[in-house]
Design a protein around this ligand. Structure first.
Ligand code: 5CA
Length: 440
């Protein structure tokens, strides 16, 4: 992609309404544009990053055997009346009527709808366990939408639902998701810590929030620092190994403020290991047994002929929130660097271009064509801005590698720089090999 052709409405100034880095940066680099309070359009740069996050989330869901489906954004109020949540949910739910006067709503979450889908077809224990998920827009008429896409009204979420015959089997589904979440966040370049949390309007009595540390986070957290040393790569993902992993995490105190107990914290965590800080909730998982299956009469036949209400859990990841969360975690000293797994482009070619001398442009274009031919997703800054202005711009855009054509590049060597890392002088072939290795 030629930068001059990319639809990327860069802003020179930081918009005054943006209070945190990620919001400022997303507006300045034209990743998003506010359409109305708490509602955003995703422009090409931001959308490309979100799609890459979505792909990783999807791959890890598929990996544990979850099956993808798609449910509508607009739901009938009837199923919410059946579950009893229609009145409880309050003003966060956007309620609408269709032309026949039927009560509808824009789905804030889908426990009712998935239960309705499930009960219509599954009748026997033989079809269980089931893990179903969708990646879809959700709407919550938040009282105080803020921080851009971090807390907005319309957001993109992966939501999964598990169906099991009893608590023991349901625990296995919960653990599978727990493991898939840790792997997902690791692939996104994040350290997300599972913390015992309140269940709120979703309900149930077992729940973990997955939180990444950030000063700008809305969740206050209390934890034992040693929890950050847990290495998930040792765990294979079978039931026993995930049990071990859950136990390992269980050894360390880590809760959000609703679950905080000062006495407990001080008793269980030595002073030097106590960590009290803030974090961003990027995922949340719940186990709520038959909270929805019972009122919605979603039961299956057991082997002995008895009927049992299915035991359910639900598992969310804030896909659009993650775009902002990654920025909060990775934007250091005014320089952004996207993790390789989600970067919008793998490398940027940044030439110094003089009006009367076409040689750098020709060389840059040659490098661009060569890398593209070798399946490297590359962006070529073909604008005639001064090199220092280009660097400033790329400090914000955050492409992790740069090929710089300035005073240091020679006939067949290029200055290859890892953002916040070292600079080397490499041939095009060497650059291609390096980038291909990074990708794989
Ligand atoms: N159905 C459950 C399953 S998890 C559920 O809705 N859970 S939730 O309310 O915790 O939301 C799941 C995830 O969506 C959160 O962890 C968060 O990352 C994201 N999320 C929730 N509300 C917002 C919002 N207003 N703006 C952006 N992301 C949000």
């Amino acid at each position: 992609m030629y930068l001059s052709k990319l639809f990327i409405p860069l802003l020179k100034e930081t918009p005054s309404e943006a209070k945190i880095k990620s919001h400022q940066l997303m507006l300045r680099t034209g990743m998003i544009k506010q359409s109305s309070t708490g509602i955003y359009s995703w422009l090409p740069l931001g959308f490309k990053i979100m799609k890459k996050i979505e792909k990783i989330v999807r791959e890890e869901q598929n990996h544990i055997g979850a099956q993808e489906l798609l449910m509508p954004t607009i739901q009938s109020a009837n199923i919410w009346k059946e579950s009893g949540r229609y009145d409880d949910y309050g003003e966060e739910m956007l309620r609408i009527k269709d032309r026949q006067g039927r009560e509808m709503l824009y789905g804030p979450t889908n426990e009712e709808l998935i239960t309705e889908i499930f009960r219509a077809s599954v009748k026997s224990y033989k079809s269980l366990p089931q893990l179903l998920y969708h990646i879809q827009w959700k709407f919550r008429d938040e009282l105080r939408p803020r921080f851009g896409v971090m807390r907005c009204k319309e957001f993109f979420m992966k939501d999964a639902y598990s169906f099991d015959v009893n608590d023991v089997e349901a625990g296995k589904s919960y653990n599978k998701m727990f493991f898939a979440y840790l792997k997902t966040f690791k692939r996104l370049g994040l350290t997300a810590i599972p913390m015992r949390a309140e269940t709120g309007p979703i309900g149930g009595d077992l729940s973990h929030e997955f939180v990444i540390l950030a000063e700008t986070g809305e969740s206050k957290i209390y934890s034992d620092k040693r929890i950050f040393d847990t290495d998930i790569s040792k765990y294979t993902g079978d039931d026993d190994s995930i049990n071990e992993l859950r136990k390992k995490y269980g050894e360390f105190y880590s809760v959000t403020d609703e679950k905080f107990n000062k006495e407990d914290f001080e008793k269980k965590v030595k002073k030097e290991n106590q960590l009290v800080t803030k974090g961003i909730e990027v995922g949340h998982i719940f186990y709520f047994g038959d909270k929805y299956s019972k009122p919605l009469k979603c039961a299956v036949d057991l082997q002995d002929g008895k009927k049992v209400y299915v035991k359910m859990g639900s598992y969310g990841i804030g896909v659009s929130r993650l775009v902002a969360a990654i920025i909060e975690a990775k934007f250091i000293n005014n320089v952004m660097k996207w993790p390789n797994s989600v970067t919008p482009y793998e490398v940027a070619i940044i030439p110094s271009l003089q009006k009367n001398d076409k040689s750098n442009y020709t060389k840059a274009e040659k490098a661009y064509n060569f890398l593209k031919k070798n399946n490297i997703d590359v962006i070529f800054d073909d604008t005639d801005e001064h090199l220092s202005a280009k660097f400033k711009k790329f400090d914000l855009i955050g492409i992790p590698y740069q090929i710089i054509l300035g005073s240091k590049s020679t006939h067949d060597k290029f200055e290859f720089k890892e953002v916040n890392g070292k600079t080397e002088s490499l041939t095009l072939e060497e650059i291609k090999n390096k980038l291909t290795n990074i990708k794989n």
